[in-house]
Ligand binder design. Structure first.
Ligand code: GLC
Length: 467
């Protein structure tokens, strides 16, 4: 029998083995090192995946790898990213990169989605990058790095890309399908929660990282404005609980003008049947997406957990989300923390929504699979809300299988009992996520690296505008 410390030691060994070196310096970690499956792009360093590795390194004072990662990805940000002669927006961070070499020279090649399956845009990469830069600064105190002109330029490019005026009525960010961890067609286009919370966290991070001076002040003003409208919008309109469901069930449609109660024209018939039974008496969650006559009622784990961690959800909502997780444990956590989204889409809906994607069949992969990387977010959210028992239970479950199963990428089935059909083994963010979760239990103060408190500065700003 493996002891807990054996598992941690094995995880560390596997994590160290995943490091990518560039001219002798560690710059990232590969997505997976499964010896039995063709690597495809899993031998690259994915920005979103690396966050888990980076956090555990920062928590252990090994900051060099994170610094190199930040510097090198920043250099990639300004590269041309073309598909069929079309250039993607400036400021975009790559989904992934790898070290290539020719004639003894090493260089980094990046993928901005132009090589990815389905050519998906990594909207989340730039947002995670900003969150990670702040974590690095918090951990090292090295604000000078962020204040360097190249970094300021990088930050502003991201802000420009995200804050540009577009054709939209909402403060949330409009994005294409598959723009984040769910990087396949899954009906997550429009204003998906996961992107909105990363957007929110990135803006909060940017506000801390902008250097003083005229430019910094102007951007801080724009950021403040957006932060307050964004958080009001999410807290007010994305929130779902039994009370809200009751209101929606009796909504009238076709309301015109400012006084409309049903602002987005959501028709009661669109409330799915499963939800009326599933919604607990106590607690609730933030909906997956919101647009005209559209509410995606699915529960998305990363979006909800990050909302708690970043204080995008109100303190009461955050407690409500943890209440829901506790009461719907079997559905949302089951045998492996935790389900990426609930429930799975099936039948004709699956055909239309995924384009008949065989990897995303019901209760598999992105369509209701269980992803161990989400463990650290669950543990962090539990710590933040003072619900440590939930964290403890989740870690215990993960410990039962993860190491023995050789750190799978994801699990399948309603309760996550099967190792995912096409799941990689030795998936780095599974390994790093486990270590982050364990570390957070030993030292909950590490939460400060990536969490945010209630936005008092934003509230003050709002107050000054309206008083
Ligand atoms: C898959 C996942 C994506 C992840 C990548 C590398 O494409 O959907 O979220 O970043 O693998 O692990």
């Amino acid at each position: 029998m493996r002891t807990q410390s054996d598992m941690v030691a094995e995880a560390w060994k596997a994590l160290e083995d995943s490091i990518i070196y560039y001219y002798g310096h560690p710059v990232g970690t590969v997505a997976a090192r499964d010896p039995d499956v063709e690597a495809l792009n899993y031998n690259q360093c994915f920005v979103r995946d690396f966050v888990s590795s980076a956090l555990i390194y920062l928590m252990n004072g090994k900051t060099e790898i994170v610094r190199h990662f930040l510097v090198e990805t920043l250099a990639l940000q300004s590269e041309t990213k073309q598909m069929d002669y079309f250039n993607a927006g400036q400021g975009l961070m790559p989904a992934s990169f790898k070290v290539a070499s020719s004639y003894g020279e090493q260089y980094l090649t990046a993928d901005f989605g132009e090589h990815a399956i389905g050519r998906v845009t990594p909207v989340d990469s730039s947002l995670w990058w900003m969150i990670l830069l702040r974590a690095y600064v918090k951990s090292t105190g090295d604000i000078e790095l962020a204040h360097q002109p190249e970094f300021q330029n990088g930050i502003i490019l991201i802000l420009k890309l995200c804050l540009a005026d577009r054709f939209d009525m909402f403060p949330t960010m409009l994005v294409p399908d598959g723009a984040f961890m769910i990087d396949r067609r899954m009906g997550v286009y429009g204003h998906p929660l996961e992107i909105q919370v990363l957007f929110y966290a990135a803006l909060r991070a940017a506000r801390e990282l902008l250097a003083p001076g005229r430019q910094g002040e102007i951007y801080t003003m724009v950021v403040n404005q957006r932060l307050s409208t964004l958080s009001n919008h999410i807290r007010q309109y994305y929130w779902l609980d039994l009370k809200r469901l009751n209101e929606m069930y009796r909504y009238r449609g076709e309301e015109f003008g400012e006084a409309a109660i049903n602002k987005f024209n959501i028709y009661p018939d669109s409330i799915p049947e499963w939800l009326t039974e599933w919604m607990p008496e106590k607690g609730g969650y933030l909906a997956g997406n919101l647009g005209p006559a559209l509410m995606d009622f699915r529960f998305f784990a990363l979006g909800n957990l990050m909302s708690i961690i970043c204080s995008l959800s109100s303190p009461k909502e955050s407690q409500g989300i943890m209440d829901l997780i506790e009461q719907r444990w079997q559905d949302l956590v089951g045998n492996m923390p935790m389900k990426i989204c609930f429930p799975a889409v099936e039948g004709l809906e699956w055909k239309i929504m995924t384009g008949c994607d065989p990897k995303n069949v019901p209760w598999s992969y992105h369509n209701g699979g269980n992803w161990p990387v989400l463990l650290w977010l669950l543990v962090a959210a539990a710590q933040k809300t003072g619900r440590v028992e939930i964290a403890r239970r989740a870690i215990e479950l993960a410990e039962k299988r993860l190491c023995e199963d050789e750190w799978p990428e994801y699990y399948d089935g309603k309760n996550g009992r099967l190792i995912g059909k096409q799941s990689r083994k030795y998936q780095t963010w599974t390994i790093a996520g486990f270590l982050v979760a364990k570390e957070l239990m030993v030292n909950p103060n590490h939460l400060d690296l990536f969490s945010f408190d209630e936005d008092l500065e934003g509230l003050e700003w709002q107050y000054s505008q309206f008083s």
